[in-house]
Design a protein around this ligand. Structure first.
Ligand SMILES: C[S@@+](CC[C@H](N)C(=O)[O-])C[C@H]1O[C@@H](n2cnc3c(N)ncnc32)[C@H](O)[C@@H]1O
Ligand code: SF4
Length: 465
């Protein structure tokens, strides 16, 4: 199903202009703004107890919030500090949280996916990394290295000589690296000075130690970027030849993210220039042989993401796209989100609250969402659209026991509008996203978002493009 496209097919300026509105990225459905405090640590304990009684793989997300310096563009959940000792109580709390979860869920279910995100996971030192990983392996049953996807986010500036070796030794086999842009004036304006050499060094070490599917994050829309300047960054990255590239659209929301106020808005590229940078990036990446997977992600044709997409076995979760079947997810650390027993659970957002809750022996969950049958149906539809660029109505009818056209009458009418605009083609059996609709996949997914439809107030989502 995945086929190589030409830039002019993918990048349709008229459609982009028409559909350029804010929308969710659908790393979950319902999306996080729907979470509410009616779900808490007590509900989580009950759901975990039920989760211990069922079969199926488990996924674990562990959040390390600390960063040594702040990148002004950053919209991630982070705590900026130079005080390394602040990690000590955090690691203690994580170890306790691992125990609390394992006491409830038990070792019966195989962990096939693990992801450490941040912040900067390598803010932790070797002994802290070893003690967390040791505890996880002691308390949970992990899939073998060949079967499991065990990933970590790396900031190459926060990586010592033997860090990559240690990470591989403790069991990580996937890596994602932040770069954004290599131009000196861009790096200065966003307070992230990172050389090509240190980035390449980490990449080469990762390859030498057997990491697979290595990803690099880039960002367009940053201050001082131009088509010409970003072309140089793209050339360097293409030479580095990572397995995957994530190309994020800079979401400038200074009212939500304080550090972004230090970015001079006059230095940001104009909307027209941003689109030109996006078009150039697509052109360069497709020409270099990368496949557009969907929602900011590109991968080599033989990467496991591309293969999974071809086979209709791609999934989407809080970390983006994944080859792991729709596993239940345990979140560890502040702000992390889990998905267990048909419900989302999010951990407390501040260190103080998190420590207090763990100290009291209570799960540090402050909000979440219990999915209804209708939510499950819509979650499935949105997941398949985002992953397959297609939807088999008959398969949905069979799986959920509905009549698609009757159940989704309003949605089907809207799909016909999108078809008239050339985003997709559809008949009574299903829909196929056309090349020009691929960059706008979340607009198509939004048709099935019941809450977006009924939402009165404006919610802060980033722009589609
Ligand atoms: C969770 S961050 C962690 C990566 C790691 N700390 C590092 O900096 O290398 C993952 C990625 O989110 C992206 N990101 C952060 N802030 C963003 C923003 N405001 N808009 C779009 N993407 C953003 C960046 O590309 C970043 O590499
Ligand atoms: S981009 Fe990474 S290193 Fe920079 S502030 Fe955000 S989380 Fe920290």
């Amino acid at each position: 199903m995945t086929q190589q496209l030409h830039t002019d097919e993918l990048f349709n300026l008229d459609l982009i202009h028409k559909y350029d509105k804010a929308g969710p990225r659908y790393t979950s459905y319902p999306t996080a703004p729907m979470f509410h405090t009616g779900i808490n640590g007590t509900s989580y304990a009950a759901s975990l107890a039920r989760a211990s009684q069922v079969e199926g793989p488990l996924s674990i997300y562990l959040h390390v919030p600390f960063c040594d310096t702040v990148c002004y563009y950053c919209g991630c959940n982070k705590v900026v500090t130079k005080q390394r000792e602040r990690a000590v109580p955090y690691v203690e709390a994580l170890l306790k949280e691992i125990d609390m979860l394992a006491d409830t869920v038990g070792r019966k279910r195989l962990v096939t996916q693990l992801h450490w995100g941040g912040g900067t996971p390598t803010f932790l030192n070797e002994s802290q990394i070893r003690s967390i990983m040791g505890r996880l392996r002691e308390r949970f049953e992990f899939a073998s290295d060949a079967e499991g996807e065990f990933g970590i986010e790396i900031d190459p500036r926060e990586c010592e000589d033997d860090t990559v070796r240690i990470l591989r030794e403790v069991g990580f086999n996937r890596m994602s690296m932040g770069v954004q842009d290599f131009e000196p004036d861009v790096q200065k304006a966003v307070n992230r000075i990172q050389s090509e050499e240190e980035t390449l060094n980490v990449l080469q070490q990762a390859r030498a130690h057997g990491f697979q599917s290595i990803n690099i994050d880039l960002m367009y829309g940053l201050p001082h970027q131009s088509v010409e300047s970003f072309d140089r960054t793209l050339s360097t990255i293409i030479d580095f030849s990572p397995d995957r590239i994530a190309l994020f659209n800079y979401a400038h929301l200074p009212r939500m993210f304080m550090p972004q106020r230090r970015i001079n808005e006059a230095d940001l590229p104009s909307p027209g220039e941003k689109l030109n940078i996006l078009k150039l990036s697509i052109d360069r990446l497709l020409s270099a042989g990368y496949v557009f997977i969907g929602m900011d992600h590109f991968a080599k044709p033989d990467d496991e993401l591309t293969v999974a997409q071809r086979e209709g076995k791609l999934y989407r979760n809080f970390q983006g796209y994944s080859t792991q079947a729709d596993a239940e997810l345990l979140g560890l650390g502040i702000t992390s989100i889990g998905y267990v027993d048909g419900a989302f659970f999010q951990n407390l957002k501040t260190l103080e609250e998190y420590y207090a809750s763990i100290e009291a022996g209570e799960f540090p969950v402050f909000r979440g969402y219990q999915l209804s049958d209708e939510d499950h149906l819509r979650r499935h539809v949105i997941m398949r659209l985002m992953c397959d660029f297609a939807l088999d109505f008959k398969a949905v009818e069979k799986k959920f026991g509905i009549d698609f056209a009757a159940h989704f009458a309003v949605e089907t009418a809207e799909l016909h509008d999108l078809a008239a605009d050339g985003l997709l083609s559809l008949d009574t059996n299903g829909l196929q996203v056309l090349p020009g609709g691929r960059l706008l996949i979340r607009n198509i997914a939004m048709v099935f978002d019941e809450y977006l439809r009924n939402r009165k107030e404006e919610v802060k989502f980033s722009k589609v493009i």
